[in-house]
Design a protein around this ligand. Structure first.
Ligand SMILES: [Zn+2]
Length: 92
């Protein structure tokens, strides 16, 4: 599942839902645009909270370009499957 990290306009914020990574408990804002397209925005300093992200950052990758850790992606998928996270183009 590709995740698009990137800029979220203030307008988009209200469409985003908070989700915590089940492994590192980093909280992010998530918006599922479609089943396959996900936007995430890091809330806390995920580079310090999330071990996987910390590793990526240590390897020289800016946190803003990292599309989330594996556990977070799984958490998002689970939330969608369980109906805790809505997919925007299916709601409309
Ligand atoms: Zn994590």
């Amino acid at each position: 599942m590709p995740i698009t990290p990137g800029r979220i306009t203030p307008d988009d914020d209200r469409l985003m839902e908070e989700l915590a990574c089940r492994r590192c408990a980093t909280t992010v804002l998530v918006r599922k645009n479609t089943r396959t397209q996900t936007s995430i925005q890091w809330l806390a300093d995920a580079g310090e909270t999330c071990t996987e992200l910390a590793e990526q950052r240590a390897a020289g990758k800016p946190t803003g370009l990292v599309s989330g850790c594996t556990a977070l992606r799984e958490s998002i998928e689970d939330a969608v499957t369980e109906g805790r996270l809505s997919v925007l183009d299916e709601v409309r």
